[in-house]
Design a protein around this ligand. Structure first.
Ligand SMILES: [Zn+2]
Ligand SMILES: [Zn+2]
Length: 305
């Protein structure tokens, strides 16, 4: 079966293009259909009332608007367990602070824009803010009940580990040890150190950091360095001991010395002689045995006489 096409028949309105005229001469190819540039008629503007809209399933009966509010801050301390060192954690948080300040437009005249790896360096204000933000996030999760009690000027529960510390809240909303050192001639952060929960990952990172800062010294020195930096880790003694026990560098440095196995004694040592018959000096490392006989002659033997 073959299809025959009459090429002499002119193109009608049903055909967009045909072979009787070249492509450039078609009006449709340059201007398009008339419906695109003719104004719409006013007939479509007429409105009609709905007939029983309550029973119509296609009409939504109620427009509901939902809003989400969060009661806690977005920075969760469970994310800190992803970091293996205090330096990497602070570096990540300071980067976030830098980006957040850019989006809030608090950094004016700054070349930084949007999400980026900053090459200009961070400001001193951002560096000081890091540890406060990290510890504040941890304390709000672990000691939320104690913080509420202090804010309401109520007694701390007896079951709390902070009961004997007389804790207080400073200007940065950090929980600190109250203690009895207010009249001491010490730095303020040593008198009222920041409380760190001992079982949290941040405590592990802090202990490791200060342990490396003092070149892997013992427990007392590590505790002193942490206290000097202004931190008080709850249950810190046992925690520091555990971390030092697991420290690979400390294990290598404190490993017992190896004891070399001694070689067998020379045969001449076991030869029976009269008392003071001879005396000698044995150098087993060289494998040479020197002995001086009573007559004064000196003999050397590699394998005994
Ligand atoms: Zn930057
Ligand atoms: Zn160590």
């Amino acid at each position: 079966m073959t299809l025959r096409v009459n090429r002499t028949e002119p193109c009608g309105p049903r055909y967009t293009f045909c072979r009787c005229r070249p492509f450039e001469r078609h009006k449709l190819s340059w201007s398009g259909p008339k419906s695109l540039y003719t104004p719409e008629t006013n007939a479509s503007e007429s409105t009609y009332e709905l007939v029983d809209p309550g029973s119509d399933p296609d009409i939504r009966p109620l427009v509901s608007t939902l809003s989400t509010t969060t009661t806690s801050k977005q920075l969760g301390s469970q994310r800190f367990s992803k970091f293996s060192s205090w330096k990497s954690l602070t570096r990540a948080i300071i980067h976030l602070i830098h980006i957040a300040r850019l989006f809030n437009k608090t950094l004016k005249n700054s070349p930084c824009k949007g999400w980026h790896h900053c090459k200009t360096g961070y400001t001193v204000e951002e560096s000081d803010q890091v540890s406060h933000i990290i510890i504040q996030a941890v304390q709000e999760e672990v000691y939320s009940q104690e913080i509420k009690c202090i804010q309401k000027h109520e007694q701390i529960p007896k079951s709390s580990p902070l009961k004997n510390m007389d804790p207080l809240i400073d200007a940065h909303c950090l929980l600190r040890v109250g203690g009895r050192l207010h009249n001491a001639n010490l730095d303020q952060r040593e008198k009222t150190p920041v409380i760190i929960p001992g079982k949290h990952q941040v405590a592990t990172l802090l202990i490791k950091h200060h342990h490396e800062q003092i070149y892997h010294q013992g427990r007392l020195f590590t505790e002193g360095a942490i206290r000097k930096a202004g931190f008080w880790i709850v249950g810190g003694k046992r925690k520091v001991s555990n971390i030092i026990h697991q420290c690979i560098t400390c294990r290598r440095l404190r490993a017992p010395l190896t004891i070399q196995k001694m070689a067998s004694l020379q045969r001449i040592v076991f030869r029976q002689n009269l008392p003071l018959r001879m005396s000698g000096l044995m150098c087993s490392a060289l494998g040479v045995f020197l002995h001086v006989e009573q007559e004064g002659a000196i003999h050397t033997a590699n394998d005994g006489p």
